[in-house]
Structures are given as structure tokens and as C-alpha cells.
Design a protein around this ligand. Sequence first.
Ligand SMILES: Cc1cc2nc3c(=O)[nH]c(=O)nc-3n(C[C@H](O)[C@H](O)[C@H](O)COP(=O)(O)O)c2cc1C
Length: 322
Amino acid sequence: MKPAYFFFMFQNSITQLFGIQYPIIQGGMIWCSGWELASAVSNAGGLGLIGAGSMRPEVLKEHIQKCRANTSKPFGVNIPLLYPYSDEQIQMLIDEKIPVVFTSAGNPAKYTKLLKSYGIKVVHVTANLKFALKAQEAGVDAVVAEGFEAGGHNGREETTTLVLIPEIVNAVKIPVIAAGGIATGAAMMAAFALGAQGVQVGSRFVASVESSAHQSFKDAVVKAKAGDTMLRMRQLVPVRLLENPFDAAIASMEKAGASDTQLADFLGKGRARLGMFEGDMEEGELEIGQVSSLIDQIKPVSEIIEEMMNEFEVTKNRISKF
Ligand SMILES: Cc1cc2nc3c(=O)[nH]c(=O)nc-3n(C[C@H](O)[C@H](O)[C@H](O)COP(=O)(O)O)c2cc1C
């Protein structure tokens, strides 16, 4: 029988900051985290984020409206700062009175002051200590420390989650949210043991009923085994990819010493959409974390969060007996 820990009260700096029940944040994920996933996570007591990276401003607006219609709980938006329309996206978030914005892949000083002047909570995602300090200086409310294991774009330093969390926790005064390799309550407990106050989960939510990932991509995540993901394009844009013919082609080009221009030409445009959203498992780009080897079922978001919180409590009790 399942232990009934789930409804226990949980309060810390992260649940208070966002006004949520559990310190679980669903990471913004291009092509995978639209309104359906974000609202499901928020309804289940976590913080859902609409991944705006793959959305033009008018599409983002539609997702915000649908998310609002489907949850009365707080939700946020992730804006990777590497797209040409981020100015427009940021202005729309202000107009729409979005309460929480997670920025990533860029300079945290760019929009933090502006967003904060409208009372918006700002969090920046970083894969290294230098940018965590920069984000703190820019005035963010919290930082996400995202380790090398994570799916999607990755830091050049290749610092693992286990090392990155204490590096950042020891150096900043704001709350730290751990990301990279966290898909279970036990992993969440490990992150908390290192001083994190919350977790950002990506890959586990790709393989959820509510994610907008193509069914073939979700099935591939469930089938992934140990060693099936690798960090590619370390010089151009480091990204963790699931093995497929596209990934194999990138690997052999890199082995043959291809230049950044050659890689960029081969990558072209729209590969991520093709793979993750349209389900082309041969030619498409499939971004996923190492932890995919531990994910063996597509589940509804409410079950994923319930299991994580139950396991978190079970683990806490188990280790308290040491
Ligand atoms: C398919 C996919 C797409 C992602 N896209 C983004 C993105 O658009 N912006 C961002 O900040 N992080 C992105 N990430 C990173 C996640 O938000 C999250 O930090 C990461 O997945 C956590 O590690 P995990 O995959 O081991 O759970 C993406 C991750 C995945 C798996």
C-alpha cells in the first residue's frame, strides 16, 4: 500500500516566494511545455512554466490565456534570452501581469530590473557560479542551478548537479533551485541535502500525458537506456541529445573536426520542432536529460508530483534512521 504522506504541509522560501504547495518547478521546455503542461503542474501544487522559447509573441499570448482558463493557481513563463523577439515577449508578460518569469540562456541583467519594477518575481537559470553571482547582483529572487545531466542547452563548464548546487548555495544569499537529473523524490531529497530549496524538473515532465511533446518522442524517452544521451556541439551551443540518426550525424561530423559553421549549416532551422513536436525520430533533434534512463512510464502530471512528494518523505524517514 502506498504511504499517505502526500498531503503533508510543506513550507519553505520557494513555496512562499511563488505561493505554491510543493517546491517543484516544471522547467520551461521548447516544444514540450505549453499551457496544458504548465496548468497541470500548477493545479497539482507545483509551479508550471510555459516554455516561451519556441513561441512567437502571439502564440505565447494564446498559451497564457489558455493557462489562465485552466488554473487559478500561480504559473510562470520561461524566456530563453537568445531569440530575436524577447523584447516583445517581455513587454507582453508585463501587460499580461504574469507573476513569475524565469529567464535563461543570456544576460540576467537585461530584463530583471524592468520586470521587478512591475512586481514580477524573477528567477534566472544558470549552469555556473559566475552567472549565479551576476544574477544575484541583477536582483533576481532566486537562481536555478542546472547541472550537466540536464536535458536541453547546457553549460560549457560541464559542472554536475552534485557539485554545482553547493558551489552556488555557498556563494549566494538568495534561494537556490536545483535542476539536472532530478526525476524522483530521492533525487529531490539529495538536492535539499546540498542546500537547495526547490527543484526544477524537465525530462520527467516531457514523458507526461500533458506535455506537448510528440507521442513518438515521449515513447523514445521511456525507452532510453543508460548512456543513450550525450552532450553535443560543445563549442557551438552545448546541448544534450538522445541518440538517433541526427545525433549520430552530428557526432561523426564532430569527430571529423567539422567547424562551427559546418555544424550550424547542418543543424539548419527547425530541427527541434521536427523531432520533439512533429515526431521525426530520424532527422529531428531530441533534447532530453541523462535521467531519461530512469523514466519508464508516461504518467499524468498529478501522479508524477504525488509520487515525488511521497518518495521525498519516505527517503527522509529512511535516512533519518542512519
Ligand atoms: C526538451 C527540453 C527542452 C528544454 N527547453 C528549455 C528552454 O526552452 N528553456 C530553458 O531555460 N530550459 C530548457 N530546458 C531545460 C529544463 O527547463 C530543465 O532545466 C532541465 O530539463 C532540468 O534537467 P532534467 O532534464 O534532468 O530534469 C529544456 C529541457 C528539455 C528536456
